[in-house]
Design a protein around this ligand. Sequence first.
Ligand code: KG4
Ligand code: ZN
Length: 427
Amino acid sequence: MKILSIETSCDETGIAVLGADSNISTEITILGNALASQIDLHAKYGGVFPALAKRAHAEKLVPLLSEALNQTNLLKLKTTLLSQSEKDQMKESLEFLAPKENMLQIQFVDFFQKYEKPEIDYIAVTVGPGLEPALWVGVNAARALSIIWNIPIIPINHMEGHIVTAAIEALEKKCEFLDLAAEPQTQRFEDLKIRIQPERAFKFTDLKFPAISLLISGGHTELVLVTSFGQYQKIGQTRDDAVGEAFDKVARMIGLPYPGGPGISRLARNYREKILEKKIENIFSLPRPMIHSGDYDFSFSGIKTAALYAMRDHGEMSEVDKEMLSAEFEDAVTEVLLKKTLKAIEEYQAQSVIVGGGVASNTFIREEFTQTLQEKFGESVTLYFPEPWLATDNAIMIGLAAISQIKTGQIKTSTPKNLVADGNLSL
Ligand code: KG4
Ligand code: ZN
């Protein structure tokens, strides 16, 4: 079984091809993966600019699709040209793209004239949550592929993608293969800024339920009770900014580029190394919002404002000042995330904790969670994080969510006509 997956919910355009069978415990292989990041495009705005994001997705989608399918060796050139009537019929079927997805329409007409239908069983696509104009590009591409190639669509919730991606383990034999493989091949696509990961294989880990999932990204901060794959109940969420958004905003205040998470993390680490060596005392103190609220909701806009006031009161910020503020910010955020997660583990008697989303690649959060859960629960609770290169948005996670639905018999397919993007889609 082969799954083509599409991700366009925010600022990464991703296309992947995964191979799997329907048995939950068996291997899943990444056959193709092409990802184009829009980070440079949005950097000057300090965040994602929706209209620009949509246009960049529309420009890159078909080139990425060709790249990912080519990596699988599934894309074969047509040996005979389409007759005029076949061409007309194909163009008519793609006419629905005309009003809003002109760029996709032009590129797809060319693409479908050139290539045979590949051996793909399902098309998995992110339908939400995310930026609606951006989501529609992926949704419309999935509709076009489904109509022309007659392949069923599996609509995927982006957040389910983040959850299942933390619940996989790499298979060793393919990791050896990875070591031999070259670095991700970026050179060929310098202009498109496509990052490609070499072939790798995974399997779903033998995760024990109930699990608590903490989803922390640029758009979301949620605690979710997972009773089995596919069974999700949101128990808390942010009332204002997402954690990643707070990282990005504080980073911007101290002059770091977008996305700000990795920069804050680097400065905070510098400071922590300095306290070990020279014991420099942190002069900043930020609030831990809603830490004692007794529920599972979060609020991060207050920390960001407090950081702004702290900087204003302090005046000129030296490099060490920036490092101290970054460390205090990371401490404050981590404490709140940890406190609420611990409460949820106890209340729901969780046996596993799954952390997902772009902020899950933060080293300090990983270390604090690992250490505290080990101290409090020992072997009785297992903690799962995604591999760092799979924590931020990509199409592999969308393919994995589809495979988990197939493997657990919960697959819900959609016809091209019924498929819609929903920016506010909930788990
Ligand atoms: O999941 P993701 O790629 O996109 C969304 O769905 O939002 O998450 C992106 C977010 C950004 O806010 C970025 O600053 C944050 O993840 N991020 C980090 C780190 N790496 C990325 N935050 C903290 N520490 C990091 N190392
Ligand atoms: Zn995401």
